[in-house]
Ligand binder design. Structure first.
Ligand SMILES: [Zn+2]
Length: 271
C-alpha cells in the first residue's frame, strides 16, 4: 500500500511534468473506483492549466486554474507519466492527457483509489479538513506529541499510527521510528518520557525522509513506460525481520501482534 513517502515521491515525480501544462483531455476507462468518477469530470478539466502539484496526507492535490483535483492512490494505485500514444493495459483506469504529448496514467488493480474535483479551498474539503498535522512540518514537534501522549490510554505505537494525532505514519515507519528512538512499541504513551518523545519525533522525520530519498532515486522511472511506479524499500532495521539479528547489537528481533498488526522490535536496543 502506498504510504506517505511513496505519495510524496509520486508528487515529486509528477510535478515537473505537470506544472504549467494544460489538460488536453481526461479519459476514464473505468469509473468504478472507491467512489464513482463524476461523469462531468472530463468536461470540467479540459483546458485547465495545472498550477502546482501538492500533497496533504496521502492525497495528491492537482491545483488547476479553477479548482483542485484530489487524487488518492488507495491500496494499490500508482500514477505514471507515459507517452499519450502508449496503449492502455489492464487496470489502467484513468488517463490525463497533457498538451506536452505526455499522459498521466492511473493504474489501480484493487480500485480503492479516488479522483475528486473540488472548487474553493481544498483544505476545507471534508476529507482533508480534520486531518492531523503532517509529520514533516513544524506543527509536528516534541511539544505537540508530548501533549497528545498525555491525553490517551494507548500504546506509544498506536499513538503515532493514529491519524488524528499525526498523518501518514504507517506500520513500517512506526516500527522503524520506535527502533531508532529506543522505545518499545507496547509502552503506554503516557509513560514515555519527555526526552524519549523528542527522540521519537526526530526518528519519525528521519525514517520518512530517508524513504523519500530512496524513492527519489527511482524518479526517472516516471517517464519510462515500462518503469516501476516507484515503490521501494529502504534498509529496514526491524520491520518484517523477526528472528533475524538486530543490525545494531545482534540480538534476534522479536515480533508480536498489536492492534491486528505485526510489530517488530529489538529487546536490547528498545526499552
Ligand atoms: Zn538491537
Amino acid at each position: 500500500m502506498p504510504e506517505l513517502p511513496e505519495v510524496e515521491t509520486t508528487r515529486r515525480g509528477l510535478e515537473p511534468h505537470l506544472a504549467g501544462q494544460t489538460i488536453l483531455r481526461l479519459t476514464v476507462h473505468d469509473h468504478r473506483l472507491r467512489w464513482p468518477v463524476d461523469a462531468r469530470l472530463p468536461q470540467t478539466l479540459a483546458g485547465q492549466r495545472v498550477e502546482a502539484v501538492e500533497r496533504r496526507a496521502k492525497y495528491l492535490l492537482l491545483r488547476l486554474t479553477h479548482g483542485t483535483v484530489l487524487w488518492h492512490l488507495g491500496m494499490s494505485g500508482s500514477l505514471r507519466i507515459v507517452p499519450s500514444a502508449l496503449p492502455v493495459e489492464l487496470h489502467d483506469h484513468i488517463d490525463l492527457a497533457l498538451t506536452s504529448g505526455h499522459t498521466v496514467r492511473f493504474n489501480d488493480p484493487r480500485r480503492f483509489g479516488c479522483v475528486l474535483y473540488v472548487t474553493g479551498d481544498p483544505q476545507a474539503h471534508p476529507l482533508l479538513a480534520k486531518l492531523a498535522p503532517e509529520p514533516l512540518t513544524a506543527a509536528f514537534d516534541a511539544e505537540y506529541l508530548w501533549k497528545a501522549s498525555r491525553r490517551r490510554r494507548v500504546s506509544v505505537k498506536q499513538l503515532i499510527m493514529n491519524g488524528q494525532v499525526v498523518t501518514g505514519v504507517g506500520n513500517i515507519y512506526a516500527s522503524e521510528a520506535l527502533f531508532h528512538a529506543g522505545i518499545r512499541p507496547r509502552r503506554q504513551s503516557r509513560n514515555v518520557k519527555r526526552e524519549e518523545i523528542t527522540r521519537l519525533v526526530t526518528a519519525i522525520r528521519k525514517v520518512l525522509n530517508q524513504a523519500i530519498r530512496v524513492g527519489g532515486t527511482t524518479l526517472r522511472d516516471y517517464v519510462n513506460p515500462d518503469g516501476n511506479p516507484g515503490y521501494f524499500r529502504q534498509k529496514l532495521f526491524v520491520y518484517e525481520r523477526a528472528g533475524e539479528p538486530c543490525r545494531r547489537c545482534g540480538t534476534p528481533i522479536r515480533s508480536f501482534t498489536q492492534g491486528q498488526r505485526s510489530t517488530y522490535y529489538c529487546p536490547t536496543c528498545q526499552r
